[in-house]
Each structure stands twice: as C-alpha cells, then as structure tokens.
Design a protein around this ligand. Structure first.
Ligand code: PLP
Length: 470
C-alpha cells in the first residue's frame, strides 16, 4: 500500500515511512492511495473472533508489504494484552437501541491507548530494524500525551516530548504524563492553548533542517497509523450488532476529527454505516462547518471535556480531501486561503458530500452535566464528560430508531473527578491503574508558546543533539 499527501506535493511513501514521518513535508496529511475494501463475507467472518484477530484482518491491507500477518498478530497481542477487559472494547447496552462502546480499558483510561499501544511497538521495531533513533513530538489536550508516555517510556530508540496547555487539562491527566520517571520522556507545559501546542508542533515539522537533524516524528492523529488502528473497533462493534447484514450509526465525541475519521475509513472499507454523528462541546467549529459550510475557528473556551477543547481540527483535512474528490490542488487552495484569511468556505458539492454521511451537534456545559446526571440516575451508568457530550448529541439526533446507535465512550470518568462530582454529587471510583500516577512524583517543565523556546528545549535534551550524544 502506498500513501499520498492530501496536498499532493510530498513523495508517496510506504506504510513504514508514513508511520515514522507523521506529517507530510508539504504540510499535508498522508492517506492511502486507495481504500482497501473488505467483502461482506470477510466482514461477517469477524463475528466471534478475538479483538486481536479482528485487528489483524482490518489492518493487514494497510500494512501489507511491511509486516507479515503473523508478526502483526504478535504485535497486536502484545499491545492489546495490556487491556483490562477481555473484549478489549466491550459494548454496553443502555437502551433498546442505544449502546456505548467502551474504549477506556487500556493503561491510561482513554481511547488513545488503542492506537498508541500499537504505535509504540511498531515504531520501536522499525527504528531498531533500521538502526535509527527518533524524536517524537506530540501536542496533547491531555489524553494523547498520557497514552504516548505509557507507550514510549523506556524505549531506547526514542525521545518523547509532549506539549500540553498549562492549566487546561485535568490534574489526573497531567500526573499521568509527569510521573513516569523515564529518562526518555520530557513533559512540557506550554503557556497557551492546545491549538498553540499543535501549532508549535507543526512549526517545528515545517522547519525541515531541524526536523531532519532530530529525526522528528509525530504520534498525534495526523499520524496515519493511529487512524488505521482506530478503524478496528468500528468493525468489531458493528459486527457484534449484526453487520454486515444490519446498518449501525456511530456518535463520536470529537476534537481533532481523528477518531470519527476512522469511522469514515471503516465505511470506505465496506462497513455499512448509516450515519456518523460529530459530537462537539462548546468548541463547535465542526458543528458550525457542517451547518454552514464555513470553516472558521473561534477562540478556544475551557470546558469539562478538555480533550475536545480544540478549534483547529487537523484531521478534517483528510475528510476535505475525500469530499473534494481527492483533488489535492483544491486542498492546497483551501489551506492557503485559510493561512491568509483565517477561514474558508466549502463548495456546495463538498458540503453535500460531507452531509451525506455526517451530522453534527454542539453540546454545551449545562447539557453535558445534565447528561452525566441523567444517565447516572436512570441507567446507573457513570459517563465521563466526553462520553456525555456524545450521549447528548446522540439523544438529540437519534434519527432512524431501527438503526442501532453506538456512542463511543472515550474516557473513564475517574480521569475527570471534578466534573463528575459537580454533576452527580459524588466522586468516581479510581481504578488501580490510575492510582500509581496520582501518587507518583511529578516532573515537568513550563515554557512559552514560542517555537524557538521549544526548539532550544529539545536541543538541550535530545539524545540526537550533537552535544548530548550518548
Ligand atoms: C482525544 C479525545 C477525544 C477527541 O478525539 P479526536 O480524535 O481528537 O476527535 C474525545 N474524547 C477523549 C476522552 C479524548 O481523549
């Protein structure tokens, strides 16, 4: 499988190269040259298989050539063996036609573990095979950083730098990143928002001399391998509710558009999906875009679902590429316009293509808290604030009641105790795997939202810096 950039001016790469590169050199995002399709029989054949077996079947077409199936199976076993639920991503039924897909049974209690655990092993394996090292730079709204620390700590070929917005993530999220004690993990609080962190990462990636000197690599959802890993649970969930013989809909709490884009990929691969619902919190750029056709960021506001406090939704570019008929000239035009004017408008045909699959809903803070409280009371289910945004959006846009609605439960409530207590009057139970992070000694640095400061910080600490070579 070859991968091409959405902006059409970077070389096409194979899976291993895309895995290590992250962002394309023309500023675009890598996508497969064409979508592999699973037949109805192949999809039906996933029924009753383990998560690891399903993962191999769904991911093999994207990896083919880089990894034999047996080796991929061993890697997937290793990655998903760390999950505490035997189903890895169990479905929980709340109502006759409403389901939750629990994605928080991994080591850091958010869905990011599903892709990151796999990525840690895949990247480490590739680097060692090539005798190389890499510097991973990640912007995080909280959960990506924690998942990356857990996946990359102690891996010799890798230095990990995670940038999080100072004071804008939950203390549990911060502690998961700052208590690893690993020498190759560097946790950085940036005085700014998540969008600032993401812009810093992009600026350093676009500094090609720095990028090459430090072998920069990205594990944000701009990295294709993350999207790929996330398509798996769309298949397992849909198949357990009757796919390919019955359609299902998914409602996805969304920030950077990575997780829900994985649902779109599953659909492109042949999974019969009726609708994909984009659930946003008050940072509603995606809901406004689907409503009006105009993509225009507003200032970020802090909410109870901080992992979605995002206005620059990176992976939306991958959807635009599809909606524009894979025309990379059009994507460059949109992105250039965006860089100069701060917004862009979709053509009617592009908006229609998006609306044929996606619906969107904005859920404000009061609705989020009310949803946590009502599902706690009526269904005895304690949803985290991100999941609650999804539940509220699904309730508003239920649509065809004969089609099962699956809401993605993206985090465990214990990561957001303050919001849970405010909504329900009591604190969530803290699972054992979070206890250690909460009591460990913290170690992180605080710096300005300035690319030069970040560059100097990395240069002073990376094993790839000439002065620090070990
Ligand atoms: C990252 C995250 C999201 C948003 O996922 P995207 O792929 O950025 O859209 C939602 N909920 C939680 C708990 C997250 O950590």
């Amino acid at each position: 499988m070859k991968y091409v950039s959405t902006r059409g001016q970077a070389p096409s790469l194979d899976f291993e190269q895309v895995l290590l590169a992250g962002l394309a050199r023309d500023g675009g995002l890598y996508v497969p040259e064409s979508w592999p399709v699973l037949t109805a029989n192949e999809i039906a054949g996933l029924a009753g298989r383990s998560y690891v077996e399903a993962a191999v079947a769904v991911m093999q077409p994207f990896i083919g050539g880089t990894l034999p199936a047996e080796e991929l199976a061993a890697i997937a076993q290793n990655a998903y063996g760390r999950f505490v639920h035997p189903a890895v991503t169990p479905l929980v039924q709340l109502d006759p036609n409403l389901w939750l897909l629990e994605l928080f049974h991994g080591p850091t209690l958010a869905f990011k573990d599903l892709a990151m655990q796999l990525l840690g092993i895949l990247m480490d394996r590739s680097l060692r095979r090539m005798g190389r090292r890499a510097t991973i730079l990640a912007a995080t709204s909280g959960d990506t950083g924690a998942a990356a620390v857990e996946a990359f700590k102690g891996r010799e070929a890798i230095d990990l730098f995670v940038l999080f917005p100072d004071g804008r993530i939950s203390p549990a999220q911060r502690r998961q990143m700052s208590t690893s004690g690993a020498a190759n993990v560097h946790t950085v609080a940036v005085r700014g928002t998540f969008d600032d962190c993401q812009s810093l990462v992009k600026a350093l990636f676009n500094d090609h001399a720095f990028r090459d000197a430090y072998a920069l690599s990205a594990v944000n959802s701009i990295n294709w391998a993350r999207i790929m890993a996330q398509t798996v649970y769309y298949f397992t969930a849909a198949v357990s509710l009757g796919a390919p013989y019955r359609k299902v809909s998914f409602c996805v709490p969304t920030g950077n558009f990575g997780d829900i884009f994985a649902g779109f990929v599953a659909m492109k691969m042949g999974l019969p999906i009726e609708r994909l619902i984009i659930a946003t919190n008050s940072n509603d750029i995606l809901t406004r875009t689907v409503g009006t056709g105009r993509y225009e960021p507003k200032p970020v506001v802090a909410t109870a679902s901080p992992s979605m406090d995002i206005q620059l939704s990176s992976n939306f570019e991958r959807l635009l590429f599809e909606a524009a008929g894979r025309n990379s000239d059009r994507i460059r035009e949109l992105m250039t316009g965006f860089a100069t004017s701060g917004s862009f408008a979709l053509e009617a045909s592009e908006l229609a293509a998006i609306r044929s699959v996606f619906a969107a809903s904005r859920v404000d803070e009061a609705e989020t808290a009310a949803t946590i409280a009502s599902f706690d009371r009526q269904s005895h289910y304690l949803a985290d604030p991100h999941t609650a945004v999804g539940l509220a959006a699904a309730t508003k846009l239920k649509g065809n009641r004969s089609v099962p609605m699956i809401v993605l439960a993206t985090a465990h409530p214990a990561k957001f105790p303050a919001a849970i207590e405010a909504a329900t009057g009591r604190l969530p139970v803290i699972p054992e795997r979070l206890q250690a992070a909460l009591s460990g000694r913290e170690d992180y640095s605080t710096i300005a939202a300035d690319p030069v400061a970040v560059r100097d910080f990395i240069a002073a600490r990376s094993n790839l810096a000439p002065a620090n070579a070990s």
